[in-house]
Write a protein that binds this ligand. Structure first.
Ligand code: KG4
Ligand code: ZN
Length: 339
């Protein structure tokens, strides 16, 4: 009997559902919420409402795309946290109702763990290029920036983390200062392509050990731009490409410096990039360069699996299903949830 998992993700502003059978991805559906664009960031109440509207069509589509029958589902895996409570509640409640109606178990998933375990998702039967334990993971998203040693599917040790903003937040906030719409990370990436990364210099934070800091960079970017705009009100739009390339390079430098430090401390050459910011072309390119320089084996997720998705929830749910880790129907979501 194959093991077929329905994964549900609703931690922030994407409503997603996916089907994974015996570790192989069968379908992956994501409904983005455009409603937040005009507010320049995610509005929790609106996110929760949009999840309620989206969840049934998204799950229905995932099941149909996969070509499976609802009776063939073995379990429902859902994001328990971390994330926005109102958003998590929609996915959690739906998972419970769906599982109860079909008399199948539910599996709770940690969103951060899932971003990392997406690397074990198979696209087809003989898909074998997978990281081997232990590996170092740089997890960079809109809400989190962490360095971890991953010893097994369920053994992840955080060895460094941001003391203030996340890397994705730094991208988004700098983009906002330039007048770009939310989420700004992909826009900065796009404009960077035509820009000179050495046009402007921004100082890097001095944070001890393997921890990160991004709030100072955001502030210095804000002041820098404010001063230049006083002299030339067109400055931001005139130099959009160079500003984007320079800020992107600074963020990538900060991330890669700490990753190299972690490598020197641990000697681990198996490197796994995870989270929404791993879609960034500058970071992806840097990882490839560092792989050559340090003789690393680097794993970068496919672009569509970097940002929030339910395929990562389903594959994590699959591993937990195999080890019999089921949740009770009294389970509640957690806004903060450590690894
Ligand atoms: O993992 P994710 O989808 O959601 C969270 O769990 O936070 O990450 C979203 C973050 C946002 O900050 C977004 O701007 C950033 O990832 N991001 C990017 C790119 N694509 C997404 N940042 C820089 N370059 C990109 N291409
Ligand atoms: Zn995420």
């Amino acid at each position: 009997m194959p093991i077929t998992i329905l994964g549900i993700e609703s931690s922030c502003d994407d409503t997603a559902a996916a089907i994974v059978r015996d570790g192989i991805l069968l379908s992956n559906v994501i409904a983005n919420q455009d409603v937040h664009k005009k507010y320049g960031g995610v509005v929790p109440e609106l996110a929760s409402r949009a999840h309620q509207q989206n969840i049934i069509p998204v799950v229905d589509r995932a099941i149909r795309d996969a070509g499976v029958k609802p009776v063939e589902l073995s379990a429902v895996a859902f994001t328990r946290g971390p994330g926005l409570l109102g958003s998590l509640l929609v996915g959690t409640s739906f998972a419970k109702g769906f599982a109860l109606a079909r008399n199948i178990p539910i599996v709770e998933v940690n969103h951060l763990q899932a971003h990392i375990l997406v690397h074990f998702l198979k696209m087809k039967e003989n898909d074998t290029k997978k990281p081997s334990f232990p590996f170092l993971s740089l997890l960079v998203s809109g809400g989190h920036t962490q360095l971890l040693i991953v010893r097994d599917y369920d053994q992840m040790e955080t060895i460094g983390k941001t003391i203030d903003d996340a890397a994705g937040e730094a991208f988004d906030k700098c983009a906002k200062v330039m007048g770009l719409p939310y989420p700004g990370g992909p826009m900065v990436d796009k404009y960077s392509v035509e820009g000179n990364p050495d046009a402007f210099k921004f100082s890097k934070p001095r944070v001890g050990g393997l921890d990160f800091s991004f709030s100072g960079l955001k502030t210095s970017f804000l002041y820098f731009l404010r001063d230049r705009m006083k002299e030339d009100p067109e400055f931001s739009s005139k130099y959009r490409n160079d500003l984007s390339a320079s800020i992107q390079k600074t963020i990538v430098d900060i991330l890669s410096d700490k990753l190299e430090m972690a490598y020197r401390q641990t000697g681990i050459r198996e490197i796994v990039l995870a989270g929404g910011v791993s879609a960034n072309s500058g970071l992806r390119k840097r990882m490839e360069d560092l792989a050559v320089k340090n003789n690393w084996k680097v794993y970068i997720p496919q672009a569509r699996l970097t940002t929030d998705n339910a395929a990562m929830i389903a594959i994590t749910g699959y591993f937990k299903f195999l080890s019999g880790e089921f949740a009770g129907l009294d389970i509640t979501p957690m806004a903060r949830m450590p690894l």
